[in-house]
Write a protein that binds this ligand. Structure first.
Ligand SMILES: Cc1cc2nc3c(=O)[nH]c(=O)nc-3n(C[C@H](O)[C@H](O)[C@H](O)COP(=O)(O)O)c2cc1C
Length: 431
């Protein structure tokens, strides 16, 4: 056989030259991005993303709860053009998915929040900036993403909190969400064991790590100093710094230090205050049960963001998959329900919508993508999740996201799917 003939039989594929393309080459699911992130990040930084609080019971239970549902598809439906779009708080988005607020994003890749925003914008999905983000409200708005949300940790100094909310409004942020699960910082055992500070500081352990992750450390040392960009002084009222910030600049701060800026005295009267400060859509973010949800709606919120912080705050909190139905029943159809914590596959999103959520958010998945390959990694994760959702809907015989909820009774089967279907499904909605 001649060489030219052999070449036609065996296609030799050389690995791509760019490091980013090589990193993404084998990524087919969120778990693949997680694995690349694990290899690329120093242990302490990876654990900060990946870990949960205390004994990590919620962390594990979150994923398991979404995966415990089984599907029963509808036969013989034309699924050639599924529509994944959904209207959330008066805006149509490309798919029922958003990027949850995560603090200190530039610690995972120097491109940080602006590249996350561009990836979200490209995919037509909302993105929420955290109070403890590493990019300012103004700098993120400059990316031109028209559907940015702002997540507020209520600061002890209410005038500073108010100024932050006003800045978000001035910059055109569309939705404000108040996190109510952070009265004190959750105890993340991995971070304590790893001696994590934010930003990562050079200790004996980190010096040893530089040899193992030279690319990470070179990139971090070459990029601007990491800051809690929204807590540094700004012009005008409420410009004072938070007390630990100066020390944090010199020695780094622990997660507990950061938690000390938030107010454990936060109560329902603050929600009324916030409702007066912010005229746009307002959500409450936390593991909110049916009773609190109904009370929040009475207090004027537009929706609930059901979240147990991805198992990073109160350990043993019920999985959010268990909250969606009871909260939907308590608040009715007109109230927006966003849900996160443990969603790792488009099929999880389909389950959440069938249970009654309007949209889902993810935290760790896009951070894995970011750590793996910057903006390209975030784009990769979003496209994997959206593709998975589209395929799930098509195989389920469903053509719109609304149909997932309307036909949940006949599409969703609880448990491991081995019980006789007639015993477990609701009557369902006739076609
Ligand atoms: C590294 C990291 C930082 C986070 N920082 C914040 C934050 O600053 N504010 C907040 O409300 N939630 C924060 N969260 C929680 C997310 O908004 C979201 O609720 C959670 O990540 C969803 O769970 P998942 O990671 O399993 O998708 C953070 C989560 C992670 C993983």
């Amino acid at each position: 056989m001649r060489l030219s003939e052999a070449r036609q039989l065996v296609q030799v594929k050389l690995p791509p030259l760019s490091g980013t393309a090589r990193a993404l080459q084998g990524c087919r699911c969120v778990g693949d991005f997680r694995e690349v992130a694990r290899r690329r990040l120093p242990r302490a930084v990876f654990d900060y993303i990946d870990g949960g609080s205390e004994t990590e019971i919620s962390l594990e239970a979150n994923e398991a709860a979404w995966r415990s549902w089984r599907f029963l598809p509808q036969a013989l439906r034309d699924v050639s053009a599924p529509d994944l779009s959904v209207e959330v708080l008066g805006r149509r988005i490309a798919a029922p998915l958003g990027l949850a607020p995560t603090g200190y994003t530039r610690m995972f890749h120097p491109v940080g929040e602006p590249e996350v925003a561009r990836a979200a914008k490209g995919a037509g999905l909302p993105y929420a900036l955290s109070t403890v983000g590493s990019t300012s409200v103004e700098a993120l708005a400059a990316t031109g993403h028209g559907d940015l949300w702002f997540q507020l940790y209520m600061l002890k100094d209410r005038s500073r909190a108010r100024r932050l909310v006003e800045r978000a409004a001035e910059c055109g942020y569309r939705v404000l969400e108040l996190s109510v699960d952070t009265a004190v910082a959750g105890h993340r055992v991995r971070d304590a064991r790893n001696g994590l500070t934010i930003p990562p500081s050079l200790s004996l352990a980190t010096v040893a790590d530089i040899a193992r992750h030279p690319r990470y450390w070179t990139a971090m040392l070459a990029s601007p100093v990491l800051e809690f960009a929204n807590l540094v002084p700004v012009e005008g009222p409420g410009a004072a710094e938070v007390p630990w910030l100066g020390a944090a600049r010199e020695h780094g701060s622990t997660v507990a230090d950061i938690g000390a800026a938030f107010d454990p005295a936060l109560d329902w009267s603050d929600l009324e205050l916030l409702r007066r400060w912010w005229k746009g859509p307002l959500l409450l973010k936390g593991p909110i049960g049916p009773q609190d949800a109904a009370r929040a709606v009475d207090a004027g919120v537009d929706g609930l963001h059901l979240s147990n912080h991805g198992g990073r705050q109160l350990d043993r909190t019920v999985a959010t998959a268990a909250l969606v139905r009871p909260v939907r029943e308590a608040v009715g159809d007109g109230v927006t329900l966003v849900v996160d914590s443990g969603l790792r596959h488009g099929a999880d999103i389909a389950v959440a919508l069938a249970l009654g959520a309007d949209m889902c958010m993810v935290g760790r998945p896009y951070l894995y993508g970011l750590a793996a390959a910057g903006g390209a990694g975030v784009r990769g994760v979003l496209s994997v999740l959206v593709d998975e959702l589209r395929r799930t809907m098509q195989l389920l015989g469903v053509v719109t996201t609304a149909e997932l909820r309307a036909r949940a009774g006949r599409l969703l089967v609880p448990g491991n799917g081995t019980a006789a279907v007639g015993d477990v499904t609701d009557p369902g909605v006739p076609l």
